[in-house]
Design a binder for this molecule. Sequence first.
Ligand SMILES: *Cc1c(COP(=O)(O)O)cnc(C)c1O
Length: 376
Amino acid sequence: MANNSSEIIIPSSLLPGDGRFGSGPSKVRPEAVEELAKVSKTYLGTSHRQPTVKDMVGRLRGGLKDLFSIPEGYEVVLGNGGATYFWDIATFGLIEKKSQHLSFGEFSSKFAAASKNAPFLDEPEIIVSEPGTRPAIRVNPGVDLYALTHNETSTGVSMEIIRPKGAGGMVAVDATSAAGGLRVDPSQFDVYYFAPQKVFASDGGLWVALMSPAALERVARIAESKRWIPASFDLTISIENSRLNQTYNTPALATIFLFVQQLEWMLDNGGLEFSASRCDQSSKFLYDWAERTEYTTPYVVDPADRSHVVGTIDFTDEVDAALVAKVLRSNGVLDVEPYRKLGRNQLRVAMFPAIEPSDVEALTKCVDYVVAQIAK
Ligand SMILES: *Cc1c(COP(=O)(O)O)cnc(C)c1O
């Protein structure tokens, strides 16, 4: 193995146009940042209770309704804190007594833990599967909320969102790295929640939830019960504020702006089908390459479970993926290290809509180049 790996220089003809492949925060389109600079004196640093910002929140809520073709009666609700906060919010305000969690990676396991630790809820049912696979829902009449994850970002496993047949419980989906990149039928969920630093190419710190009439009704019912809910976790307060195109406390205005930029870029180009097709194309490049390359295999064995937004690629023992990632990093190709707690000889590649499919293809060529150089 070459001991001068830090000196490997990837020829510029092989490099992607943009080197950001992280799974969150992820690539922000430079065009969106340029638009933000244009409103540096009229939007940034102005009151979130005035029309300039409220109109932007209105564009956000309306755009999301269009992107997901959400049915009449569903509402777009938002607040501060990101997807992680939403697990606590859901624990307080959406689970009536007992939840069921499909736990197949770091993120899905965290919501399960939040519910398990809540003293006012019954013991949740947690169905675990090996990393790299996914469990199936078990219909249980005692469950009032099924917690699904559209894309498990830590492992690169995605699942189709299908409401369990004959189940009375609500379906709540963590779609943080999936929303806007994977196709979804809104009639199959009651709550579809996410944060904008992934597919929506913005910054973190905000959560958005698309909520069905059943979910809105559940929130109202729990709020009337005796359960104590801190105000910043109280969904009734978030819902009231969202209807006025506001958040309960001050949001990050740049985050909202960049979110709207990405959303309207998707809508102008054809909506969810446009963005999902880009992810299809990128993931085809990545998985086809991983299958035909001698030293790589897709980590997720079942092709149907392989995510089109976050790809995980295992390397054979002869190639040190961490070293490959390090060389890529020194050449400006960033954040393809695997999820830290998965502990595999692997690269993880985000393929969100903002990332050019041709850049994913270029990344595979860069990996081939680096591996050949290391072997010298
Ligand atoms: C990134 C991610 C989260 C955490 O999002 P935060 O906004 O950092 O709280 C939760 N779930 C999934 C599936 C994610 O990919």
